[in-house]
Design a protein around this ligand. Structure first.
Ligand SMILES: Cc1ncc(COP(=O)(O)O)c(C=O)c1O
Length: 326
């Protein structure tokens, strides 16, 4: 018999899938690291489990404890799955711009969800950063995860996602392209790949309304770069410790409209029913066309599943209302 002892053992070892139609204009092979095959349907299962295991190991998380986190949904799902198996409670804090499906999904796996306003300063006591910190301080026997600054986040990708990409491409990967939020994925994978071959180029996908690209290029944290945006999962108005700017070769920004339109195109043209940051990532790959040569092997990582976006990017009424399609 061949079976996993529990659902957590099915995390990782996701497939790599070639893109065929959307990337036809590019000279090179483009492969998707397809993370929806994780049990929580996103790459975040990997880092959620690593963060919990590291917190258990050094006593930050104790038996029967409550896990508290600010999450746009995917990290929460990973944490919730691990909490069920390991016997913890979860309270998650979310910004109100996230899709309703994400809130419902977290409740479905037993978590308590607190929703906060999106358009307030990170330092505002109502912001989801502040509320999650406060709950962490007030709740007895709790552990505040802080995926932004928790080094176990990038470590998970250094230990699993990076080596998988290296092995699946037989060491031939030349570029890694991925959306950046907490920075865990790009930093962990990027560090591992650059250690194997320093010539591998690491590109981050950013969004308009986020500070990353300008900070990387100038070293300036420009508050004028910060404004509300629609794209989910990537971009920040803070500099998380998990973003290791030194291993990133460049950022390209993708508009909200392009990210939404390309999310639909991935589904309709490649049969890849994926989340909004996958649309941004593949459009970003196309924007980087001039950097690729025929012999290159470009790996783009797709973070999460389309089911979390059926009320938005997969809803034509919503797309029309936003002015993204006619
Ligand atoms: C859908 C989605 N895409 C991209 C990202 C960014 O990944 P990372 O936080 O590892 O930078 C996240 C993380 O929150 C996400 O949920």
């Amino acid at each position: 018999m061949n079976y996993a002892e529990n659902i957590l053992e099915t995390i990782g070892n996701t497939p790599m899938v070639k893109l065929n139609k959307l990337t036809a204009e590019l000279p090179c092979l483009v492969l998707a690291k397809y993370e929806t095959f994780n049990p929580g349907n996103s790459v975040k299962d990997r880092m959620a489990l690593q963060m919990i295991e590291d917190a258990e190991a050094d006593g930050r998380l104790k038996p029967g404890g409550t896990i508290i986190e600010g999450t746009s949904g995917n990290t929460g799902m990973g944490l919730a799955l691990a909490a069920i198996i390991k016997g913890y409670k979860c309270i998650f804090v979310m910004a109100d711009k996230q899709s309703k499906e994400k809130v419902d999904i977290l409740k479905a796996v037993g978590a308590e969800v607190v929703v906060c306003p999106t358009n307030v300063e990170p330092t505002d006591p109502r912001s989801y950063y502040s509320v999650s910190k406060r709950l962490g301080e007030e709740t007895p026997n709790s552990w505040y995860v802080n995926q932004y600054d928790n080094p176990s986040n990038a470590k998970a990708h250094y230990k699993s996602t990076g080596p998988e990409i290296w092995e699946q491409t037989d060491g031939k990967v030349t570029h890694f392209v991925v959306g950046v939020g907490t920075g865990g994925t790009i930093s962990g994978v990027g560090k591992y790949l650059k250690e194997q071959n320093p010539n591998v180029k690491i590109w981050g996908i950013d969004t308009y309304g986020s500070v990353f690209k300008k900070y990387h290029e100038t070293g300036i944290f420009d508050e004028k770069e910060i404004y509300p945006y629609v794209t989910e999962g990537i971009g920040e108005d803070i500099l998380p410790l998990n973003v290791d700017f030194s291993i990133i070769d460049g950022f390209t920004k993708v508009t909200d409209k392009d990210a939404a339109v390309y999310t639909q195109r991935l589904s309709k043209e490649e049969g890849m029913f994926l989340g909004n940051s996958a649309g941004a990532a593949i459009k970003g790959v196309l924007q980087l066309k001039e950097h690729f040569k025929a012999e290159d092997v470009v790996v783009v990582l797709f973070h999460d599943h389309g089911s979390r976006y059926v009320g938005k990017m997969y809803n034509d009424e919503w797309m029309k209302k936003m002015g993204y399609i006619d």
